[in-house]
Design a protein around this ligand. Structure first.
Ligand code: FES
Ligand code: MG
Length: 591
């Protein structure tokens, strides 16, 4: 391996500062606890952090507790010194009131660790939804060489001879439960069958989406994202990642040299052809802003709406992670974009080569799973950004709009892509669950279900609750989906046609705060408009006379601080004061 000597590894400031031998002794001695020697730590070799996101509280990432051994082997063999440390746990499904609170908390914690300890480069272990953006955001702020190692998805789930995918099986089964087609025991069995091994969600939910994003950005070794957690290739990828980060430390290959506007546009394109999660909008925006890259709302429509759906994977398609991996994974999707002229191939990557070079020979091996650009599963299947008198920003993932839904709402002759629906407004998910089956609401096919109070300030944290299902009576009539709209998010594994991440949220006085049940809402997917058909003077009156939006009290110090400092979903829900801190590793903390 070529080792161009780096000017000075920052760990030298701890372990070999000639001016402060007293402090050096203090810094060195306790690492002896696990067998390191002063000679080793003073040898000038890079110290490589392994940011460990796996724990019993983070079961999606738990495989990293094992993988870290192979990462260490790779680091050692390449001449680095591994130091593993814990990251604040993030478990999407279990953290109440929502794991969205944890992304910024894990980010803050990781920044302090990477800055305040003698770490020269870092392996970011990722998996469950927000572990990926939290790590990348922190690596950008600190700007030391960083590489992403995904833990990989679970094996494919099977139940009664059918594929059952993480999350997606929940949303589909709860409709069948409502229709009386299955009982609760069957529901539970299906859920458990969807999780057959270690790993994160095996659908193209937010976890697989965000790991694909990391790879598209050039932050992980090619092919890393899709390898299922238990496969032998996963351990090999961990080893290679460990080796490579040591070289990156010597090359001083930092996130600031990899993350550009073009690399973020590549990420938008990849997740569009993958039918990826709408949550990626929030996280990509956050990562871009922490990297100092300018992305705008219109980028989603301009760069990612007209792209076709190529990946046949749940929730937009039918297969799961194992088939995706065998078909070629993220490089095969990028290969399609490259050959369609829709990829910025000159972007840098952690391999030291360009994205384009990394894709050599990576054509898909299974055309049932990864369709060619010329014969996609769906045309124009990317993300569309909407705005209007109800909000400045909302996003729709069009790859999950079913044929039935398109036929019912979007295909009226002369009115293609336009529909009007009567709003039924819910104040958060408790209200929705309490009232959705109330006959007094008179919900029919002509309604749109609206959720407010689910944004970063209102929830707090912003919840995945906008994918509301219709009342049981409608489902029994075969109406499985109604359009939905809300200032929260929806699970990346959901297949609802929803307008999501609406900003500004109702809790800060956004348009949803004055909307009333019974108002008509007009949505025009041709122009990207979504408006309540309420006259301006009436809107003014409601704003003046209506009650202030209810905001539940904070129940923990972090909830309170989060609410005080966190922005809206449109802008990535970042801690905005933190954006002022960039490349902080360029200064060394004082002794
Ligand atoms: Fe953790 Fe889906 S719940 S990856
Ligand atoms: Mg989720």
């Amino acid at each position: 391996m070529k080792k161009t000597p780096r000017r000075h590894f920052r760990s030298r400031d701890w372990f070999a500062d000639p001016a402060r031998s007293d402090m050096t002794a203090l810094y060195l001695e306790r690492f002896m606890n696990y067998g390191l020697t002063p000679e080793e730590l003073r040898s000038g070799r890079p110290v490589i952090g392994i940011a460990q996101t796996g724990s019993d509280l983070s079961p999606c990432n738990r495989i990293h507790l094992d993988l870290a051994r192979r990462v260490r082997d790779g680091i050692r063999d390449a001449g680095g010194i591994p130091m593993e440390f814990p990251v604040h746990p993030i478990f999407e499904n279990c953290r109440r009131p929502t794991a969205a609170l944890d992304r910024n908390l894990a980010y803050l914690g990781l920044v302090e660790i990477l800055y305040g300890y003698p770490i020269d480069a870092v392996v970011l272990t990722t998996g469950c939804d927000k572990t990926t953006p939290a790590g990348i955001m922190a690596a950008s702020t600190v700007d030391i060489p960083a590489i992403v190692l995904s833990g990989g998805p679970m094996l494919d789930g099977w139940h009664d001879g059918e594929l059952v995918g993480s999350g997606t099986v929940i949303w589909r089964s709860r409709r069948q439960l409502a229709a009386g087609e299955i009982d609760e025991e069957e529901f539970l069995q299906r859920a458990c069958s969807s999780a057959p091994s270690a790993g994160h969600c095996n659908t193209m939910g937010t976890a697989s989406t965000m790991n694909a994003v990391a790879e598209a950005l050039g932050l992980s070794l090619p092919g890393c994202a899709a390898i299922p957690a238990p496969y032998r290739e996963r351990g090999q990828m961990a080893y290679e990642t460990g080796r490579r980060i040591v070289e990156m430390a010597y090359e001083d290959l930092r996130p600031s040299k990899i993350l550009t506007r073009e690399s973020f546009l590549n990420a938008l394109s990849v997740i569009s052809v993958a039918g990826g999660s709408s949550n990626a909008q929030v996280h990509i925006m956050a990562m871009a802003r922490h990297a100092g890259v300018k992305l705008e709302a219109k980028d989603w429509t301009e760069h990612a709406y007209d792209l076709p759906l190529l990946l046949n994977m749940q929730p937009a398609g039918k297969f799961l992670g194992e088939r995706f991996f065998r078909a070629g994974g993220v490089p095969a999707l990028m290969w399609e974009l490259q050959h369609a002229g829709r990829l910025h191939t000159n972007c840098a990557s952690v391999t030291g080569k360009t994205i384009g070079d990394n894709l050599e020979g990576r054509e898909a091996r299974d055309r049932e799973v990864i369709r060619p650009f010329s014969n996609p599963l769906m045309e124009k299947a990317g993300f569309m950004v909407l705005s209007g008198n109800l909000f400045d920003f909302g996003i729709m993932k069009t790859s999950v709009i079913s044929q039935a839904f398109r036929a019912r709402y979007l295909s009226h002759p002369g009115q293609e892509g336009i529909f009007e629906a009567r709003a039924v407004v819910f104040e958060g998910s408790d209200d929705y669950h309490a009232r959705i089956n109330d006959p007094a609401l008179d919900i029919d096919e002509g309604c749109i279900l609206v959720m407010r109070g689910a944004g970063p300030i209102g929830w707090p944290g912003s919840a995945e609750v906008v994918n509301m299902q219709p009342p049981d009576a409608l489902i029994r009539r075969g109406i499985n989906t109604l359009p939905t709209l809300g200032d929260g998010r929806q699970s990346g594994t959901a297949d609802s046609p929803s307008i999501l991440n609406v900003s500004p949220e109702s809790a800060v006085g956004g348009g949803l705060s004055w909307l009333q049940s019974g108002d008509m809402i007009r949505i025009d997917l041709n122009t990207g408009r979504c408006d309540a058909l309420v006259p301006p003077e009436e809107i003014e009156r409601r704003r003046r006379e209506g009650p202030a939006p209810p905001i539940p009290q904070s129940h923990s110090p972090w909830e309170a601080l989060y609410r005080e400092k966190t922005g809206q979903l449109a802008d990535g829900a970042t801690l905005d004061f933190a954006l002022a801190y960039r490349r902080i590793s360029e200064t060394t903390p004082r002794h």
